[in-house]
Structure formats: structure tokens, C-alpha cells
Design a protein around this ligand. Structure first.
Ligand code: FAD
Length: 214
């Protein structure tokens, strides 16, 4: 990372481009939802799923029976993560925009084959989102571990693009009597809802009540 490759160099509005580790990691850590793009039987697919980052790798997981996970293994993929921070309302339709933070990663997805390593990755995913949860859970069985695939992707080839701030209108349009500005947007976490079958009186732990996203 830090320097773009031919395919990660942002061409369109390149003043919004960032390639530094801190920005890329910050966006990945702020939003667990990603889109995984891959080609299967000659056709493109983009599958939304959850991702997490450990060091300089991004991971995603799912059922070992998942076509997406099988199709991605040892093949070229493109994974994006995006966060919308606002709708940018300009004085012309053309100059409307979005405030956002996004990352695009390219590379070859690798399967985590070692069972202990796979379990460690799944623990890191769980605890990364909800600190301390893994050790509170009924341990994963060997069968469950086998039924789960974890893929990894190096962050060596990644770009970020970030837009912030007010609209950029044409100079003569600033005199127009049209409201312009930003509608801020954020993903909000609401209070947890007890499972109807929860043991009476059990309170959600801090990693549930304190959960944040974005
Ligand atoms: C929430 C959101 C809303 C958006 N809405 C629009 C919209 O309505 N219309 C629109 O045209 N664009 C929109 N964008 C920007 C869009 O993602 C592309 O950057 C833009 O369309 C230019 O694409 P391109 O292929 O011409 O970019 P190029 O500059 O040709 O792409 C070259 C390389 O730059 C990098 N890159 C490009 N875009 C991104 C990105 N978003 N994040 C990280 N790396 C990137 C990639 O590595 C890519 O391979 C939006 C982005 C987000 C996150």
C-alpha cells in the first residue's frame, strides 16, 4: 500500500484519493459490510458480506457450501467497503454528490486451511466486533469449523477515496435562492432486543450495549 499500483491509482477526482495505511485500515475497521466482486463461469458477481481486518489482511467467511467463497478461492477478486457520511445537496442537479469513505482492494483470495488458524481468525472477527464475546460462547465444534470457510486477502493493493465537506457549485450558481448544504448520514446502532427465549433476567454485556459502527 502507500503507493498506488496501475489499477489502484484513482483517476476520477484523484484529489479524493488516499493510499496510506491509516486511512485504509480506518475505513475497513469502521464498516464490517463489504462487497466481494469476482467472476464465476465468465459472469461478474458482487456479493455483500461481512469483513474484518487483522494486520495487513482482510478476511471474510461463510458456509463451506457457499458458491461465492468457493469461486473466490485462489482467484482474483475486488473487495470494496463503503460508508456514506452525507448527501451533498448542490444548487444544480449536476453538482450533487455524496460525502463518503471507501476502500477498494485487489488481489488473490486465499483460503485459511489450517483449522487452528481458522478458529483464531473467527475469534478475532468476533472479538474485534464484540470484545470478549468469543470466550463467553459455547465453544465451536470441529464440525462447525469444517462447515465454515475463511478467505483472506492481502491489503498490498488497496486504494481509499474520501469526500468531505460542502457542495462544489459553479461560481455563478452561489447567487441562486436554492437551499444547498449537506444532509449528514450515519449508521445508527439501536438498543438490543432480547431473544424471546432468553433466560429470564439475563442482561446484555457491555460489548452488546456499547456496540458502535461507522
Ligand atoms: C457512497 C458512495 C457514493 C458514490 N456515488 C457516486 C455516484 O453517484 N456517481 C459516481 O460516478 N461515483 C460515485 N461514487 C464514486 C465511485 O465509487 C467512483 O469513484 C467513481 O464512479 C469513479 O469511478 P471510475 O471507475 O471512473 O474511477 P477511476 O478513478 O478510474 O478508478 C481507478 C481506481 O481508483 C480506485 N477507486 C475508484 N473509486 C474508488 C472508491 N470509491 N473507493 C476507493 N478506491 C476507488 C480503484 O483502485 C480503481 O481501480 C460514490 C462512492 C461512494 C462510496
Amino acid at each position: 500500500m502507500d503507493a498506488p499500483t496501475e489499477r489502484t491509482r484513482v483517476k476520477r477526482l484523484n484529489k479524493r484519493a488516499k493510499y496510506d495505511t491509516e486511512t485504509v485500515h480506518g475505513i475497513l475497521d469502521a464498516m464490517p459490510i463489504c462487497n466481494v466482486g469476482y467472476v464465476f463461469n465468465g459472469a461478474p458477481y458482487v456479493t455483500p458480506t461481512l469483513q474484518w481486518r487483522e494486520g495487513d489482511h482482510l478476511y471474510w467467511h461463510g458456509s463451506s457450501a457457499s458458491r461465492m467463497l468457493e469461486a473466490c478461492e485462489e482467484t482474483q477478486v475486488c473487495v470494496t467497503v463503503s460508508i456514506i457520511d452525507g448527501f451533498v445537496m448542490a444548487r444544480s442537479a449536476f453538482n450533487h454528490s455524496c460525502n463518503y469513505r471507501s476502500v477498494m482492494v485487489f488481489g488473490t483470495a486465499k483460503k485459511v486451511t489450517d483449522a487452528a488458524e481458522k478458529e483464531a481468525r473467527l475469534k478475532a472477527f468476533t472479538d474485534g466486533q464484540w470484545p470478549g464475546r468469543w470466550d463467553m460462547l459455547r465453544p465451536m465444534t470441529a464440525k462447525e469449523l469444517k462447515a465454515t470457510t475463511v478467505l483472506s486477502l492481502s491489503l498490498d493493493e488497496a486504494s481509499a477515496k474520501v469526500r468531505t465537506g460542502a457542495p462544489g457549485d459553479d461560481e455563478e450558481d452561489y447567487a441562486l435562492p436554492i437551499w444547498a448544504g449537506v444532509i449528514p448520514v450515519r449508521t445508527e446502532v439501536l438498543p438490543p432486543i432480547d431473544d424471546p427465549r432468553l433466560i429470564t433476567g439475563l442482561k446484555p454485556p457491555a460489548h452488546i450495549t456499547g456496540y458502535k459502527i461507522g
